[in-house]
Design a protein around this ligand. Sequence first.
Ligand code: NDP
Length: 331
Amino acid sequence: MNWLLVGASNVAHEWIVPAIRAIGDEVISIVSGHLERAQDFAHRHDISNFSTDLNQALSHEEIDAVYISSTNSLHFEQAIAALKAKKHVMCEKPMALSITDAKEMIFQAEVNQVVLGVNYHLRNSAVIKKMRELIVSDAIGDVLTIRFCHAVSLPEKLQSWRINTPAEGGVVLDITVHDIDTLRFLLDDEPISVSAMAQTGLISPNNIPETVMGTIAFAKGTLVSFYDSFTVQYFQTSIDVIGTKGTLLARNTLTQHAVGELQLNNIHGTQTIDIKNENLYVSSLQKFKNATQNRGQPAATAYDGLRSLEVSLAIQQAIINKTNVLAVTGE
Ligand code: NDP
């Protein structure tokens, strides 16, 4: 397929351009809000076309798919333009900033008969896929609780809109949104209520949540506690899944890199699970490409994007309401 990139972003630079090429596709065009950045990106990645005019770029017949990694507030309008131009769209998370907009994106994908995926790369982690497999195979019984720790140090090069722009920044729309999607994937279940409190002021000049702690209750009864942060150094990410017959302990797996370890503890003892880690973004794009050829679904569908956004917005509301528990409708 021939791809158009929307957004001269870090994630496109580090991960997506190499992943598109790894699945045998081509990046033929980039659109940025600034011509010099578009030109610089095109030059660095050997991309033939660059521009600031999205509609003009979309008018080129040879473009099959669009990858959107602009800042969060632009995803909606750019995705709508691409979907209306009948291009398949892989959109970065969060897919939009409101439920109404996310639903409109889903509607436009349906009407124009194209695939809309959301890039929740963690669904492609070998550790997380193995955890889901072990849960499904009853290795730890029914899942009672999960302790989810996604606390990291936000690199200085990413400390721009994430900590400066209230509408689209903050740890919830950046990190917690991944937790929710990963939890839905692991449990094959839907969140029904949330509570949360946040911390701010260490790196954010704008009172934007940089650390959040909270709980999520799932429909089948699993209770989750989560701890997400931009400001934690010398630590490691982890997922502890506690079941009625055992536990699964994942370490260092909530990352962009193909790494992580997994331990299973049950009546058979303690076992370090053999994991064959593979590039998460390559898997994500390959699944998306397969979906455009009527072979399955993207790793995370537009509906998955809608659900994780909805729960993230509920968590943001819970922070504002000072821990009030909100029902998450799931409609
Ligand atoms: P960046 O800050 O690198 O890029 C976002 C936008 O900021 C770019 O599109 C660009 O706008 C602008 N920009 C980039 N560099 C500069 C600069 N030096 N000066 C001024 N503006 C600049 O963001 P990320 O790559 O970290 O994130 C982009 C999107 O991808 C977000 O939606 C994020 O949530 C998502 N993401 C997803 C990940 C995943 O694993 N699924 C991982 C990381 C991010 P323009 O296009 O106008 O040039």
